[in-house]
Design a protein around this ligand. Structure first.
Ligand SMILES: [Ca+2]
Ligand SMILES: [Ca+2]
Length: 231
């Protein structure tokens, strides 16, 4: 899978990542990592990677509406991980958004678990959502969800950011037949099945349904299930 997001994430840079001021004149998108979208069950051991970006979204192609087509593939403007680590203030010039706090709610059959981080008061054990600059130069938020004890079923993952950052889009990579990542597209509308999702206006959250969590077999993480792959 073309998910460069998954590898090479770095710790917080020496210089703190500044919070991106909320702009009331634009919208914001929650971009879900491919492993959350395309793979029925992506996990190592019992750990499922939850990973998103928060992106700016506004009408760039002049059609009067803000859609995923307005968000460029190159959301980091070509800055590398090293560039951004050396000068995190560059993030403010990109499409990537550094939010002051974020909440991740995971809900499924008889199960709810919530993770939260406040990035304005430093990093402590109270912060259970990570914030990293990955190898692709993406500012990502994520965590490893330990599914030990979680019942089988389809889980909803909801990413809630402060209301000042008006979430209007839940998006994923737009991938060509040959695997080339072309840009972004909206998640298929919520039907409650894996890979679909949308925006919860009341919560100001973007959400997605993960691939169905099934009992672990002997074949290792990510190898089982079907029906939601790209090919
Ligand atoms: Ca547009
Ligand atoms: Ca904190």
């Amino acid at each position: 899978m073309p998910s460069a997001w998954l590898v090479g994430a770095a710790e917080e840079p020496a210089v703190p990542i500044p919070i991106t001021p909320a702009d009331p004149s634009i919208d914001y998108a929650i971009a879900f990592a491919d492993n959350m979208v395309f793979t029925p069950q992506w996990r190592v051991g019992n750990l499922v990677r939850i990973e998103v970006m928060v992106l700016e979204a506004y009408d760039t192609n002049g059609d009067g509406i803000t859609t995923a087509a307005d968000v460029p593939l190159n959301v980091n403007l070509g800055y590398t991980q090293a560039d951004l680590m050396a000068d995190p203030t560059l993030i403010d010039t990109t499409w990537m958004v550094s939010v002051p706090e974020i909440s991740v709610a995971i809900s499924g059959p008889g199960f709810v678990e919530t993770f939260y981080s406040d990035f304005t008061d430093g990093v402590s054990d109270a912060d259970t959502v990570g914030r990293e600059l990955n190898k692709a130069g993406h500012l990502i938020y994520g965590l490893l969800w330990d599914t030990t004890g979680a019942p089988e079923g389809t889980y909803k993952v909801s990413i809630d950011i402060p209301d000042a950052y008006d979430v209007e889009l839940a998006i994923r990579s737009l991938v060509a037949e040959d695997g080339t990542v072309l840009g972004y597209e909206e998640l298929p509308a919520d039907t409650g099945v894996s890979g679909t999702g949308g925006v919860d206006q009341l919560a100001n959250a973007g959400y997605i349904y993960l691939g169905k969590l099934i009992a672990k077999g002997g074949s290792g993480g990510g190898s089982s299930g079907n029906g939601h792959g790209r090919r």
